[in-house]
Write a protein that binds this ligand. Sequence first.
Ligand code: FAD
Length: 323
Amino acid sequence: MVRKVLVLGDIRDGVVRNVSFEAVAAAKLIADGGEVTAVLFGESIGDEALSPIHYGADRVVKVEHQDLKGYTTDSYQQALLQVLDAEKPDALIMGHTAQGKDFSPRIATKLKAGLVSDVVNIEIDGGEPVFTTPIYSGKAFEKTRIKDGMIIATIRPNNITPFEKDESRTGEVGQVNVEIKDLRTTIKDIVKKATGGIDLSEAKIIVSGGRGMKDGENFQLLEDLANTLGAAVGASRGACDAGYCDYSLQIGQTGKVVTPDLYIAVGISGAIQHLAGMSNSKVIVAINKDPEAPIFDVADYGIVGDLFEVVPMLTEEFKKVLV
Ligand code: FAD
């Protein structure tokens, strides 16, 4: 069934995030030959408007307004409801990011639409999309169809492969004007934590440290390995609780859920709450001196050894081939 599908782009620091291009690929599948339109919110969007088209979108709708400079639930909700009213799509897809998680249930409630959150795969069965989502902290998967009405889905970063970027693709870039009023929240200032350049939730490679690191200063070993591999640094709650690193690095049930291509767990025992955040990574490497550590049950490759010997050795070897 041919559908009209809207993708709400996730923009950070004026740049469309990769998860939005993954959402475009998901939208193309659901559209089944129908039109895919990316909606971009911001104060001023500029040439970035073309990026969803380079990744497969047919059209882009820019919504520029001073109250859309940064994300607030209020302003985005008001703006998106007006865009949806103008566009009348059959489906709306967005990233399962902090923004998407906050925002999608509100839109679904307002429109009485069906919402599937945290989608890791989409298949088409009899013309209908079937969404796969992890349940029980990733230990099982559930398949969901939305039978009637508009479909809303948020997709987990790093699970749906985006199309190759093609800068020769062209498409219409239009503009919708919206009215935003009676805001209950406004952003005065954004103060960022200095946690390095690569966003954990979108990182292709993550090097993660646990209580086995013994000290915050030893995280430098992980930084060195991560810099060599172009990876982001993460952590277990054990490491965060011990004060070795900031809680923004925490991966797990009460931290970030990640699905990189490669997850290197260093000095992490593999508690169930940690596995909940990383066990769906494509390849898992564990470095632990205890051969009985539960992390080895989910690891594709295990190195039993002292991390203080193994990690510098790995960094040196990777440097020989990568740098
Ligand atoms: P430990 O369990 O202490 O493991 C340290 C590991 O390092 C050991 O396996 C040890 O063999 C190894 N090691 C030590 N020295 C070396 C060395 N020199 N070389 C190699 N290996 C070495 N945890 C999370 O991670 N994320 C969450 O989101 C999370 N949410 C939670 C929510 C709740 C409600 C609760 C109750 C707990 C939660 N936890 C979470 C905590 C979780 O239960 C574990 O306590 C935590 O994951 C343990 O962290 P760790 O593996 O770093 O530490």
